[in-house]
Structures are given as structure tokens and as C-alpha cells.
Write a protein that binds this ligand. Structure first.
Ligand code: DGT
Ligand code: CA
Ligand code: CA
Ligand code: ZN
Length: 597
């Protein structure tokens, strides 16, 4: 079984617990849903982890789950799972892939109407709804019967509930394949396309293109990729495989002279391509992956483009950066630019513009109620130096208030400052400057979780919400603004608290937040962790339009995570952010002036 299949199985178990509704079901549901997400996003096949006796390294797997997974690999099934699933009709799981159907609704319908054929269940429900039989069911009604028919209509057009992985994982998987492909001397160029090139926060499948004159050989070589677990499709111009973890990879091969058209087409987005096709039609061509085909003069040959620049130029546009090819106004902006009118396309911020990272956790134990980092200050400073950063901010979580007296916290904070300063002085070869910061919880009443006399021992602070997410929007806004109003609170970190693996995050009144930040010179974080990417691209765009200053931070808990900066920068680019929207593109002296303001 590959990771995708195990993830699906775990999701089924979560659903089964939800339906059973036993006293402790609620916790099981949450635990299995979380594990299902983690497994789906885990880069290594669980079977390999099992063989190496490393299942305990898979996040979200508790000890009982580990024993179930072991049983799965040794016996091919799990008796505990079979017992749970026994009373649940398989047909309801089919129904769950239709948008708009949750476990309770699906279970109610299949049991009430005794629909136990997974192959016909969707059609059966449709017929019942058309006959008006569902509306009369208690708790359903006309409206919900119509919604069901609409949802099935969409399902029949091919829309299923989304099954996507995090950008961070897709990036890693695709880098490995790219590296493999580059080893073949026949491969001239390799590029990841689709949503991955556009750096969307989640990815459906991985698309890759190779430029070569020897397509057959390259396709054969691709099919021998060591982590290939299944060949889904093989043709003259490409192939599709499945990886060990179940994820699908589409490869296209193309001669270099058509490279530009091919990568443009499969970078998408679909919506962007549709707009571009309109422009082509107006010039008398149809746009496809091979080039521009003349509409009238059929004898005229197809126009080929070896670079994207040339293709865009032919259509009267400058090349548009992949991250903003979403049909969110980029083509209009590019046309304006071409006519030399404002506003044109933005000069998007680049990874190389970043001069520092202000949200990094160390292993120095200040007894917080959250997690520590796994590396010490010197290791992190060296890593920062190797990234070419002029400065970093160490933002450990504040010491736990429930476990310590104020005096104790004060003494911890003094020791911490002295320790960091000593360590920094001890290694003169590190050029990166150190800012001693702290990530402070904003408590439900808006107070910061640090006694006031302790602020003397930090340069500045990041503030963030880590508890009590379920609050009324305006109350949550009051809470955040009160926390941010402390003079040393400079940055609001992971502003919505969302997790891309399933936590929606809380709502804020953004008009009030933006107004406050502008008036009081505060910054909002773009958290680069692939699990968060918070703010989202759309919110970044809104912040930029409102003139809000942003900071891109990795929220690293290890030196390796400091490489996640690229994911934050890509989201900022997707939000049309330019260099001067991002504070940590400033040189050290300028940044320090802002921070210590
Ligand atoms: P994903 O895989 O769901 O994360 O999203 P994408 O954008 O990678 O979509 P995918 O893999 O279905 O297709 C890759 C690109 O190929 C897509 O962004 C645009 C292009 N493409 C695919 N199908 C069509 C189509 O029917 N019309 C047009 N114009 N472009 C298409
Ligand atoms: Ca794709
Ligand atoms: Ca694809
Ligand atoms: Zn943090």
C-alpha cells in the first residue's frame, strides 16, 4: 500500500468514528484525520519507514496507530479497522467523494434508502432526488434536495473533492526527479510546470517538461525512476507515473525549438491560458502547447517559440512571472505596461532581496509552554551567514507564565540575553547580526504573556495567537490589536493561525488591523512554513494594496527550515508584493531603525 492509500484508509477510519459517535470518538476522529493528512504529505513511503523501523518518525502517528500500520504491512489488513468498518456500507465512501456530502449526510441517505452498491450509489441518489423523495426526509427539504442534484451534476462533470499535497512536499519530490532527469546527457532542460511552477500553496499533481531531441529514450529513462511505483500512461510525447507515496507525475518531452510554447501552456493556470488564447485569436491564431496555429491560411506553418519571452512578445506582452499567472488582472496590467500606462506589472520581490529572517527558534531552554527549536544559536547564526543574511532575529516562545513567578521569568530573560550576547561575541567570523527578540503569546484578554519589566531584555518582539481560536471576529480583532499595541510588539506572526493540513484559522476584521498597522508602524508576517503560508497569497495582495508593511519569516525550529524562505517569498510574489513592501529586504541599519523605533 502506498501513502495515498494508507492516508485514504485512515480517513475512512476517521469517518467511521464520526458515525459511531462513541464517548471518545471525537478525539479519535481528530487524531485519524490529522494522521491521514500527515501520511499524505510524508515524502517517504511508510512501507520503507516500517522496514527501517522508523515509523515513530512519522508525525501524527501515535503508538496504537503505529501498531496498526505494522499489522497492515505484515498481514495486509488491520483487524481493528475491519471491526470498525464492518457495519458501515462501502457505498457511503463513494458518496463522500461527491462535493457537498459529509459523513453524517451520506450515512443517513445510504442507510435510509438501503443503497449498498458503491457502483450505483451516486446515480441512485440522483434518481431519488429527481423523484422528490429526499426532500420529504426529516432534516432535508427542497433546498437541500436541489443542492444534492447540483452537487451530483458537478461530480458527473469530473469535479471531485480535492486531494492535494503541500507545496513543500511537492517541491521536494519534484526536485528529486529533476535531479535524476538532469543526469541523462540527452536531457537539455528540465522544468517543473503547473501549479508547482506557480508555487500554489497546495499541489494536485506534479508536471514536468524536458527539452530533448531524443524523446523515446528520455521517456524510457523517466520510467526507470527509482521511486516509480506505477506507470499510468506512456505515449510519444510524454508519460505519467505514480511515485511510491501515490502521487502522480506528468512528464512532457519536447524538442528545444518548441520549449517556450510547451512550458507556457503547461504552467497554466487554465484561467490565464484562456485569456492568452483570446489575445491569440484576435491576432488570427489558436494557442496550443506546440505554438500558434494560423486560423485562416491553413498552409501557413505553425509558429514555434523556443522561449516564453518570444511567445508573450508576439502576443504584445512582456513575459509575466509564473506566480501571478492566475487571471487576477495580470494580463490587463501587462497590456497597460505595454502601452506605457500605469499601473503596469509589479516588479516582484525576489529571494535574493531577502536580507534577514526574524522568526527563528533556538534550543536554548527558557521553559516555554510551546516548542523549542532543535539547534543552538551559533549553528543558526552560521546557517544565516551561509545564506548571506545580514541579520536574524531569535524569537523563542516566551517562558511559561503558569509555571514561573514574575521574578523567575525576569531572571530567565536576563540570563538568555547574556548567553546570546556571549555566544555571538565568541565567534567573530560570523558576519550576520543578531537581534534578540521573543515570540510572545497574545492571551485571550489581549495581554502579552510577558511581565513588563522583562521587555528591557529584548530588542523587539513578535506577537501571535496560540490559544482560544474560537472567538467572535470583532473580539479577536480587539485581542490582537491590544497585543500589538505594546511599543515593543513590532510584528504580528502567522496572522490567521491557519494550518494547511486542516485548521481553518480565525477571522479578523482586516480593515481595522490594516488601519492600526499603518498608523502605528507595525508589520504583518508572511509565515513561510509550508504548513502555514499565513498570510495567504490573496490576503498578501490585499495588504499590499492597502500599503501594509510585510515581513517574510520562516518560523524555523531547525537550521534546515531556514531554507523555507523561498516558499514565503513565492507567496508574497503571488500576492504581487514588491521589494519595498517587504521590510526584511532592508539593509541591517535601516531595518534596525524600523525595528527599534
Ligand atoms: P494542480 O495539478 O491541480 O495543482 O493544478 P495545475 O495548474 O498544475 O493543473 P494541471 O496539472 O491539471 O494542468 C497543468 C497545466 O496545464 C494547467 O495549469 C494549464 C494547462 N492545462 C491543462 N488542461 C488545460 C485545458 O483544458 N485548457 C488549457 N487552456 N490549459 C490546460
Ligand atoms: Ca499539476
Ligand atoms: Ca497534470
Ligand atoms: Zn514561532
Amino acid at each position: 500500500m502506498n501513502n495515498q492509500q494508507i492516508s485514504d484508509l485512515f480517513k475512512k477510519i476517521a469517518v467511521a468514528y464520526q458515525i459511531k459517535n462513541l464517548p471518545n470518538s471525537r478525539f479519535k476522529v481528530i487524531a485519524y484525520e490529522r494522521a491521514s493528512e500527515e501520511i499524505k504529505n510524508f515524502p517517504t513511503p511508510l512501507e520503507k519507514m516500517w522496514k527501517e523501523d522508523r515509523l515513530d518518525e512519522v508525525p501524527g502517528l501515535g503508538s496504537s496507530m503505529i501498531s496498526h500500520v505494522k499489522e497492515l504491512f505484515t498481514k495486509g489488513k488491520v483487524s481493528h479497522f475491519e471491526a470498525i468498518l464492518r457495519e458501515i456500507p462501502q457505498s457511503m465512501f463513494t458518496l463522500l467523494s461527491v462535493p457537498g456530502f459529509g459523513p453524517k449526510k451520506a450515512y443517513r441517505l445510504v442507510t435510509y434508502f438501503k443503497l449498498d452498491n458503491p457502483k450505483t450509489v451516486v446515480e441512485d441518489i440522483k434518481v431519488l432526488a429527481e423523484k422528490g423523495k429526499i426532500a420529504s426526509l426529516e432534516g432535508f427539504g427542497e433546498k437541500s434536495q436541489k443542492d444534492i442534484l447540483d452537487a451530483i451534476g458537478q461530480f458527473e462533470k469530473g469535479q471531485v473533492k480535492e486531494n492535494r499535497i503541500l507545496l513543500g512536499l511537492a517541491y521536494e519530490l519534484s526536485s528529486n526527479i529533476t535531479e535524476y532527469l538532469k543526469k541523462s546527457p540527452l536531457v537539455k532542460k528540465v522544468l517543473a510546470l503547473g501549479s508547482l511552477r506557480r508555487m500554489r500553496e497546495t499541489i494536485g499533481d506534479i508536471d514536468l517538461a524536458v527539452a530533448t531531441e531524443k524523446s523515446d529514450e528520455v521517456i524510457e529513462y523517466f520510467l526507470k525512476y527509482p521511486d516509480q511505483s506505477q506507470i499510468v500512461e506512456k505515449g510519444k510525447e510524454g508519460a505519467t507515473i505514480r511515485l511510491g507515496n501515490g502521487r502522480q507525475v506528468d512528464l512532457r518531452v519536447i524538442p528545444p525549438r518548441q520549449w517556450g510554447s510547451m512550458v507556457q501552456y503547461f504552467t497554466g493556470s487554465k484561467a490565464h491560458n484562456i485569456q492568452l488564447r483570446e489575445l491569440a485569436l484576435r491576432k488570427g491564431y489558436s494557442l496550443n502547447e506546440y505554438g500558434l496555429t494560423p486560423l485562416k491560411n491553413k498552409k501557413q506553418k505553425i509558429l514555434e517559440f523556443d522561449t516564453e519571452e518570444k511567445l508573450y512578445k508576439f502576443l504584445g506582452l512582456p513575459r509575466i512571472e509564473p506566480e501571478i499567472r492566475e487571471d487576477r488582472g495580470e494580463i490587463e496590467a501587462a497590456i497597460h505596461k505595454a502601452k506605457d500606462q500605469k499601473p503596469g506589472l509589479p516588479q516582484l520581490v525576489k529571494l535574493s532581496d531577502i536580507k534577514g529572517d526574524l522568526h527563528i527558534h533556538t534550543s536554548f531552554n527558557i521553559e516555554t509552554s510551546h516548542d523549542l527549536g532543535s539547534h543552538d544559536i551559533l549553528t543558526l547564526l552560521k546557517k544565516a551567514d551561509s545564506l548571506g543574511y545580514e541579520y536574524i532575529g531569535i524569537s523563542d516562545h516566551n517562558p511559561s507564565q503558569s509555571k514561573h513567578s514574575e521574578d523567575k521569568i525576569l531572571s530567565i530573560m536576563k540570563i538568555r540575553k547574556a548567553y546570546y550576547e556571549h555566544k555571538k561575541r565568541s565567534n567573530k567570523s560570523i558576519r550576520t547580526q543578531l537581534l534578540i527578540m521573543l515570540e510572545i503569546d497574545i492571551r485571550p484578554n489581549g495581554d502579552l504573556a510577558l511581565p513588563n519589566q522583562c521587555f528591557e531584555y529584548i530588542d523587539a518582539s513578535i506577537v501571535s495567537v496560540h490559544s482560544e481560536f474560537r472567538m467572535d471576529k470583532e473580539k479577536m480583532t480587539d485581542r490582537v490589536l491590544k497585543g500589538l499595541s505594546h511599543p515593543k510588539a513590532r510584528i504580528l506572526a502567522h496572522p490567521t493561525g491557519r494550518l494547511l493540513t486542516g485548521r481553518v484559522g480565525f477571522e479578523l476584521n482586516w480593515e481595522r488591523i490594516f488601519e492600526f498597522c499603518k498608523k502605528n508602524n507595525k508589520a504583518i508576517e508572511v509565515n513561510a512554513s509550508p504548513y502555514r503560508l499565513d498570510l495567504s497569497d490573496i490576503m498578501i495582495r490585499l495588504a499590499v494594496q492597502n500599503g501594509i508593511k510585510l515581513i517574510i519569516n520562516t518560523d524555523s525550529h531547525s537550521k534546515e527550515e531556514m531554507d523555507n524562505m523561498k516558499f514565503g517569498v513565492s507567496q508574497a510574489r503571488r500576492g504581487w508584493a514588491q521589494k519595498n513592501d517587504i521590510l526584511n529586504t532592508m539593509r541591517y541599519n535601516e531595518f534596525k531603525d524600523w525595528l527599534l523605533y
